[in-house]
Structure formats: structure tokens, C-alpha cells
Write a protein that binds this ligand. Structure first.
Ligand code: ADP
Ligand code: MG
Length: 696
């Protein structure tokens, strides 16, 4: 058998792994021996030396040894066995809630034992609950280990010992067959960064020497860890790049780009396009005149004017007689796009239709028919657009707005939609959530990126203040003056719970209170549980200034565009992420007036929250805000719980290892050119052997 094959054998070929253990390992994505090598510890325990009891503190796990001072069974409440150990520097109690007569016998006063466990505060000082322990011949004969003990991620039915034994066997196979684990990182990279070899790094992380501290492993300064984190990040980046390469191999419709169609459209707009918008339009045009699918992300801060750019792409498709599907994350936004597109394409003979989850029965059937027979040229909707029952006649372009609300997987799943034979539609995705560069590399590398880095002229930055909820009455009277001066305002209610119902209830209560406090102000309430038609009429009334104050949940986060509303109060902003707050705040500052945003927090405010709100107060720059948010909250939070495509890493930590990312694109590019055979093995080893990743 040739060497690498050994590592591709099933884990069941190892000693001690039966079918049940194998099934449990599979839940962790471990099926072959190689997977065990890449199943890296989440933390370590230090059994390499004994700790003086006097130096223990609550929260740490440590190996200690000493003599049993006394043993006692406490009858109080739940019976438990207490055994006090003294090592000359101090004492600690071991506490057992379950114990046998035999245990009771071995832990005799005067016996020497060594034990390992987590230290916590007990009734009589520090204690360890259910530590592992061994009786030894004398306190200085404690059994220490030569390496730190790995603690692995587990799943129900598995225990540390089973995984530790299995990994040890896998490591032995590597040791035996020096070539078993192929190192795909180019030598220059290894030399430049002083990285150890792959096999060496893997071994170090599974069984770190006693000279390496658990702290060093935690803070990432160990070269072995750096190397593996680097390789893991590279693998993730490669998987997206591979996906991009494969997608580009498909055919796509060719769009007409003669200015006969585009010039009148642009000339008819009520404003002059910004340089940035024009530049992105040129990039889109170039993509759509290639016979391969465009896969482009347009990033631009809230209010930078992405919609018209998308409409321009739609125009190219229509001119070539193709259909366009525009997907928005909320009905409110879909409806707004529907109104805008209807106005922009008023002179076109094609039909524009709106399809959301709320359209049911016969009207739905009729709309579906227009998609299928091609009489609808532009179809705008929520994710309802991409259900199985929806068929397109000649779909040429998919536009996804506010894509960060959908997640990577949903986006990838759309690739195949509208495919006809070997032809796939072009894709344009738009987002206002500025993804820090580091995250973009791992989330959007399958896309080409265009950035609208300019706001339409005349926009003034929003003045933001952070104020305590105690000043609520003051704020309410300020609204009165505001409305008197013929201006409008938003009052946004937030809740931590993702539960829409609770959000709506809170907003309802607030609306009632405000109505009582502000009898002369026309107040309306907008939340996600209203019918589409109700939402639409409220939005229209607000737009037409028949409503002064709109009390809303975060449903207005995306899209809503009412220039005369230039004051926003956000209640409990400390509960939201910075990017989301920035996005909400983007609803104001759209007209010629000075705009204000009041972040009215609930006291007391934690240090971290104070810092975060301060960032928002001091900056209107979405990119800067996102970078700071990443530093303060970590990638998981920033990418958001709503982000279904969140990436989980084995060793890498995007905050700790951010410096590693700089080199990754260059190295990925050079692998594609010089060592393409490395790509699939690298992805396979870090992301698992999931056939999806290459095709989706
Ligand atoms: P976003 O990038 O947040 O999606 P929109 O596309 O909703 O922004 O545009 C925000 C507002 O700016 C809209 O009212 C739009 O009509 C207007 N707008 C877009 N481009 C320009 C421009 N070049 N000059 C002036 N106003 C513009
Ligand atoms: Mg938008």
C-alpha cells in the first residue's frame, strides 16, 4: 500500500474503535485516520508538574500531591465525602458526591495521593470536586506526564480517553511513515516565517512539550500553532477561490451593452451618478459581456446608491431579452425596490412583478405564470423567489440585496437556480455591511468585489449622541419641537430576543406611551407582524408626511428611504451590534437637513458597551466601525448569529491570527499556478471531505 493511503483508511482500522465509536466520531466529521490528526485540541491540561497547594487559585486546573489529613462523610443534605489533602504548603478539600466504600478505604489519613482537577471555592477554602486521583508511595512520587494533556472537542457518547488514544495511534502512523502527511506549504513560506514542518506542528499541538505553557498555546505565540492556523485559513480561502474557478467555467448569457439602451435610462434619472457608481457600472458591464457568469459583490456604505447600480445591471439583461430576479431580505425592502424599479422601468414594455410569502392563492399563481412564460421581465421578492415551485423562462441575472442577511450557503445555493443546460445566470450581490478585510477574504473570495466608496453629494454626517434612558422625558419633549418644525422622526425599539413577537409587543407599548405623551404628533407603528399591505400603506403615509413619528422595530434596518426623517432615537442600542446600528442610523442623513441619532441606553452600561457606542458616536464610516466591532466582539458576533454561513475554525482565531491573513491571497494565487495539485488535499484536510464545497 502506498504511504498516503494509510492516512485515508477508516478510523475503524485503529485499535479500540468499534462501529459505535466510529459513528460518534463521524458526527465530528472524523471518518479517516487523517481526520484525527486535524482534530485539534481546544485546550490543554498541565500534568507535567505538581503545583504547591498554597499557589492554587479558583478556576485553574492543576496536578497536586500530598497526604490525606482527614476524611469525613458529611450527612448534610446530599451525602458527600470530603478528603482534606495537605502538601506542607497548604491544604485543599477533595469533594465526592458519589463514592464507593472502597474509595472511602483507600483515602486513609496519612496516605499519599496525587490528583488532578479544577480548583473552586468551597465551604472551607479551596476545593476540587471529583478530581482524578491516584494513591502513590510518597508525596514526591507524583506521576507527572512529559507532555501537556490535550482536551478535544467531543460529542455525546465520546470521552477524552477514546479520542486521545485514537489520536495517539494516528500520530504513531505519521511517525512511522515519514512521508505520510504531505506538507503542501511551499518551502519559501516555511523558511520565511520560521514555520515548523506540518508533521512536527501537528505533533506539537496534540502533545505539547512540558516547556510550552498553556498560555502560549492560548495566545497563539507557538510557531506550530501559527503554522497550522495559517494553513487552515489558507484552506478556507482556497475553497472559495476554487468555487469561483469552477463557477467561471459555466456559460452565461451575453448581454447587449450598446448605449442605445443605457443612455436614455441614465439621462432620465433625477440625479447625476457619482464617479464611484459609474466605475462600478463599468465593471458590471465588463462582466456581463463575458460568456461566463458574473459573480460580483457590490459593497457600499448605507445610502451610497447601490440600488440604481443594480437597476443598471437589470437594464443590460432586459436589453438582451433576459429576465432579472431581485431578492431582498425583507418584504418592506422588496416593496420599496418594486416601487423604484417600476418607476425607473416605466417606459419599458416588460412587466414588473412582486413575489413575497404574503402573495397567496390565485394572485400567486398568476405571478408564477408570468415568470414561467416570460411576460414578467423583472421579478422582485424575498427568498420566496427561489422556492421549488418557481420557474423562470429565461433568467439572465440574479440580484441579491443586503446579502449579509442571507448567509453564504443561501447565496451559494442560488447559483444553480435558473440554470438552463450549461448556462447559468449572472449574479450581482450587494451589501452595506462593510466586512472587515480579514473576514472578506474568508467570506467573499468566490466573488469579485466592487466598492462604492463615495456618497452622493450633499450628504451630511449624522450627529450621534449617547444618552441614558433616564433622560427619556427630555427626549420626548425634543421630539415635540422637532415635529413642530415640520420634520419627521423614527423611534426604534430593540430587544435581544430574536423573537419577533416580543419585539412587536415592546414596540406596541412604546407607541402607546408616546401617543399619550405627544397628543399632537401623528404616530404610527411599524413591525414585522403587520400584513404586507398594512406595512406598505404605513410606509407610504410616512413618505408622504401624513405621519410624523414612526415607531418601529429593527424591520426598518434595511432599505427604508425617507429623506425628510432626519432624527432617529434608538432605544437600548447596547443590545445590537455596531454594524447593525450603523445600518439603522443610515435611515437618517438622507436629505438636506442636519440629522441626529440619539442612542438611548439602559443604565448601567458595561465598559465594553460604552466603548462600542462611543465608536458609533465618533464615526460615520462603516468600514472603520466594522473593524472596531471585530476587535471588540470577535468574528462570530460580527458575522452575526443571523449569518447562517458562519465559519468555524479548528485552530485559527480571526482576531488573534489576523496578521497571518496578509500573505494568504498571494500564496493562494501561487498555488493555483505552481502547485494546483495541492488545492484539493489542503481543503480536504481542513474542511472535511464534503463534496459540496467544491461545487456549490
Ligand atoms: P443604498 O446603497 O443604501 O442601497 P440607495 O440605493 O437606497 O442606497 O440610495 C439612497 C438614496 O440615494 C436613494 O434615495 C437614491 O435615489 C439616492 N441616490 C442614489 N444615487 C444618487 C446620486 N448619484 N445622487 C443623488 N442621489 C442618489
Ligand atoms: Mg440598499
Amino acid at each position: 500500500m502506498n504511504v498516503p493511503d494509510t492516512l485515508r483508511q477508516s478510523v475503524t482500522t485503529l485499535t479500540g474503535i468499534g462501529s459505535r465509536t466510529a459513528a460518534n466520531l463521524e458526527k465530528l466529521g472524523i471518518t479517516i485516520i487523517q481526520d484525527l490528526l486535524f482534530h485539534l485540541p481546544i485546550r490543554y491540561e498541565d500534568r507535567t508538574r505538581t503545583y504547591p497547594i498554597a499557589k492554587l487559585s479558583a478556576g485553574m486546573s492543576a496536578l497536586i500531591s500530598g497526604k490525606v489529613e482527614f476524611i469525613d462523610v458529611l450527612p448534610r443534605g446530599r451525602k458527600n465525602l470530603i478528603c482534606r489533602i495537605n502538601d506542607g504548603t497548604g491544604f485543599i478539600d477533595l469533594r465526592f458526591f458519589h463514592f464507593t466504600a472502597q474509595q472511602h478505604n483507600t483515602l486513609k489519613p496519612g496516605a499519599a495521593i496525587s490528583c488532578f482537577g479544577e480548583v473552586r471555592f468551597g465551604y472551607a477554602g479551596l476545593e476540587m470536586v471529583h478530581p482524578e486521583y491516584t494513591v502513590i508511595s510518597s508525596p514526591n512520587k507524583a506521576i507527572t506526564e512529559s507532555h501537556l494533556t490535550p482536551v478535544y472537542p467531543l460529542t455525546e457518547g465520546l470521552n477524552q480517553n477514546v479520542v486521545r488514544k485514537a489520536v495517539k495511534q494516528a500520530l504513531a502512523i505519521c511517525d512511522d511513515k515519514a512521508q505520510a502527511l504531505r506538507d503542501w506549504l511551499p518551502d519559501v513560506v516555511l523558511k520565511q516565517h520560521h514555520y515548523p514542518s506540518l508533521a512536527g506542528a501537528i505533533k506539537t499541538l496534540h502533545a505539547p512539550d512540558a516547556t510550552i505553557t498553556t498560555e502560549a498555546l492560548q495566545n497563539g505565540s507557538v510557531p506550530a500553532l501559527k503554522r497550522l492556523a495559517f494553513e487552515e485559513l489558507l484552506a478556507h480561502h482556497l475553497s472559495l477561490k476554487l468555487s469561483k474557478h469552477k463557477a467561471k467555467a459555466w456559460q452565461a448569457p451575453l448581454f447587449a451593452t450598446d448605449s442605445v439602451a443605457t443612455k436614455p435610462f441614465i439621462d432620465a434619472l433625477p440625479f447625476k451618478l457619482t464617479e464611484a457608481q459609474l466605475r462600478v457600472m463599468v465593471e458590471i458591464t465588463a462582466d456581463c459581456t463575458q460568456p461566463h457568469p458574473m459573480m460580483r459583490l457590490v459593497q457600499g456604505d448605507v445610502g451610497s446608491g447601490k440600488t440604481i447600480v443594480a437597476a443598471y445591471a437589470a437594464l443590460l439583461a432586459l436589453a438582451a431579452d433576459y429576465q432579472v430576479a431581485v431578492m431582498a431580505p425583507t418584504e418592506l425592502l422588496a416593496e420599496q425596490h418594486y416601487r423604484n424599479f417600476s418607476a425607473w422601468f416605466n417606459d419599458f414594455s416588460t412587466q414588473i412583478v412582486l413575489l413575497t410569502g404574503q402573495v397567496k392563492g390565485n394572485p400567486r399563481k398568476e405571478i408564477l405564470l408570468t415568470l414561467e412564460n416570460g411576460s414578467a421581465g423583472i421579478i422582485i421578492g424575498t427568498h420566496a423567489l427561489f422556492q421549488d415551485e418557481v420557474f423562470f423562462h429565461r433568467l439572465g441575472l440574479i440580484i441579491i440585496d443586503e446579502q449579509h442577511r442571507f448567509g453564504v450557503h443561501q447565496r451559494l445555493a442560488l447559483r444553480a437556480k435558473g440554470q438552463q443546460g450549461s448556462i447559468r445566470p449572472h449574479q450581482l450581490v450587494m451589501t452595506a455591511t462593510p466586512i472587515p478585510r480579514t473576514l472578506a477574504m474568508l467570506q467573499y473570495s468566490d466573488l469579485d468585489i466592487s466598492i462604492i466608496d463615495e456618497l452622493p453629494p450633499g450628504r451630511k454626517p449624522v450627529t450621534t449622541s449617547v444618552i441614558p434612558g433616564e433622560r427619556r422625558n427630555e427626549v420626548i419633549s425634543r421630539i415635540n419641537n422637532w415635529i413642530d418644525s415640520k420634520k419627521q422622526a423614527y423611534w426604534v425599539c430593540t430587544l435581544i430576543e430574536e423573537s419577533e413577537m416580543l419585539q412587536c409587543e415592546a414596540a406596541e407599548k412604546t407607541a402607546q406611551k408616546l401617543t399619550a405623551a405627544l397628543p399632537d404628533v401623528r404616530i404610527a407603528l411599524l413591525h414585522g407582524r403587520l400584513k404586507a399591505s398594512e406595512k406598505e400603506s404605513i410606509m407610504l403615509a410616512f413618505k408622504n408626511h401624513e405621519i410624523d413619528l414612526l415607531v418601529a422595530t429593527t424591520v426598518i434596518e434595511v432599505g427604508v428611504d425617507v429623506p425628510n426623517a432626519s432624527l432617529m432615537i434608538i432605544e437600548n442600542p447596547e443590545r445590537l451590534g455596531l454594524s447593525q446600528l450603523h445600518q439603522l442610523r443610515g435611515r437618517v442623513g438622507r436629505g438636506n437637513d442636519d440629522s441626529f441619532c440619539l442612542l438611548m441606553y439602559q443604565s448601567p452600561l458595561s465598559d465594553n458597551a460604552r466603548q462600542r457606542l462611543g465608536i458609533l458616536r465618533d464615526s460615520n464610516d462603516g468600514f472603520l466601525i466594522a473593524e472596531k466591532d471585530l476587535q471588540l466582539r470577535g468574528p462570530g458576533e460580527v458575522m452575526g448569529t443571523r449569518q447562517t454561513g458562519q465559519v468555524n475554525f479548528r485552530v485559527a482565531d480571526l482576531v488573534r491570527d489576523a496578521d497571518l491573513l496578509d500573505n494568504i491571497p498571494t500564496i493562494a494565487d501561487s498555488l493555483f499556478v505552481d502547485m494546483p495539485e495541492a488545492i484539493v488535499p489542503l481543503i480536504d484536510r481542513w474542511l472535511g471531505h464534503n463534496p459540496d464545497y467544491s461545487e456549490v
